[in-house]
Design a protein around this ligand. Structure first.
Ligand code: CP
Length: 308
């Protein structure tokens, strides 16, 4: 039985290296042997209190591809939260209906709070500026797919590193794999110290930069992010835009990732480049979310793929 069986997935810090490996290997197995995995009669509750395209629809697609069914909502105005019901009561009620709850909410810590009010597994699909663990798992799957390892890679993380929850989860996970990290952001959007403390504890080398050009030639992965305008008091200019001209300084094997949605961080003229991997990354979300659902909801399994 998987150690993830019937567990919540609230933070990437809930997972050790072995569990991350299990999820990535399961995703590869589902890619190769999709018919081996079925979640017939499973009901997934897709509860999104914030906008989403990828996370919500890829979880729903993942569930349906596995044979399960989906209930849910895409905005809080259609729920009784609008009539004053608490998140705790909402989650308790939905937990009595569904086998698993996918929760996105604007408040940091909301998934943890929700998990205290139901024994039905909760998957954090983004809680404020805190965490987005399933995005990180698909990011790791994509990095491993392109570089065949997660160890000792040079990675630039670019953009809004202060409010970006995908960055917070990804950097915490990468700390397992001894990367060299280059944080590229305006000083006002620097990565929080709570995250860099973890890097220091694990002896991970990292540095802060404001200039993107000078960092690009050093990297195997360039991870672009958008401004999290919805969490800012004042609007800011998009600090970095990756242009076609900049591709000339990249190493041939370097891949550009972005959790999406993008605003102006990546010029669309780059999309056809061999460096551009963000649409593949986004598509990998379905496989990785199938893997997560099957490990949390399926008691027994036989993995046929060699570890990825
Ligand atoms: N990456 C991501 O979370 O995208 P959505 O906001 O569209 O779900």
């Amino acid at each position: 039985m998987s150690s993830l069986y019937k567990k919540h997935l609230l933070s990437i810090d809930d997972l050790g290296i072995a569990e991350i490996d299990t999820i990535l290997t399961r995703a590869k197995d589902i890619q190769e042997y999709p018919k081996n995995y079925r979640l017939d009669n499973i009901l997934l509750a897709s509860c999104f209190f914030e906008p989403s395209t990828r996370t919500r629809l890829s979880f729903e697609t993942a569930c349906i591809r596995l044979g399960g069914k989906v209930i849910g909502f895409g905005e809080k105005n259609t729920t009784s939260i609008q009539k004053g019901e608490s998140l705790a009561d909402t989650v308790r009620i939905i937990g009595d209906m569904a086998d698993i709850i996918i929760l996105r909410h604007p408040s940091a810590g909301s998934s943890l709070w929700a998990s205290k009010n139901t024994s039905t597994p909760i998957i954090n699909a983004g809680d404020g500026a805190n965490q987005h663990p399933t995005q990180t798992l698909l990011d790791l799957f994509t990095i491993k797919q392109t570089h065949h390892t997660l160890e000792n890679l040079s990675i630039a993380i670019v953009g809004d590193l202060y409010y970006g929850r995908t960055v917070h989860s990804l950097v915490s996970a990468l700390a397992h794999y001894q990367p060299r990290l280059y944080f590229v952001s305006p000083p006002s959007l620097s990565i929080p110290e709570t995250i860099t403390q973890k890097l220091k504890q694990k002896g991970v080398k990292f540095s802060y930069h404001t200039d993107l050009w000078s960092i690009l030639p050093k990297c195997s992965i360039v991870y672009m992010t958008r401004l999290q305008k919805e969490r800012m008091q004042q609007t800011q200019q998009v600090p970095y835009t990756l242009t076609k001209k900049m591709l000339s300084v990249l190493q041939p094997h370097c891949k550009i990732l972005h959790p999406m949605p993008r605003n102006d961080e990546i010029d669309p003229s780059i999309d056809s480049s061999t460096h551009a991997w963000y649409f593949v990354q986004s598509k990998n979300g379905i496989l990785v979310r199938q893997a997560i659902l099957s490990l949390i909801l399926q008691k027994e399994y036989t993995c046929l793929a060699v570890p990825c």
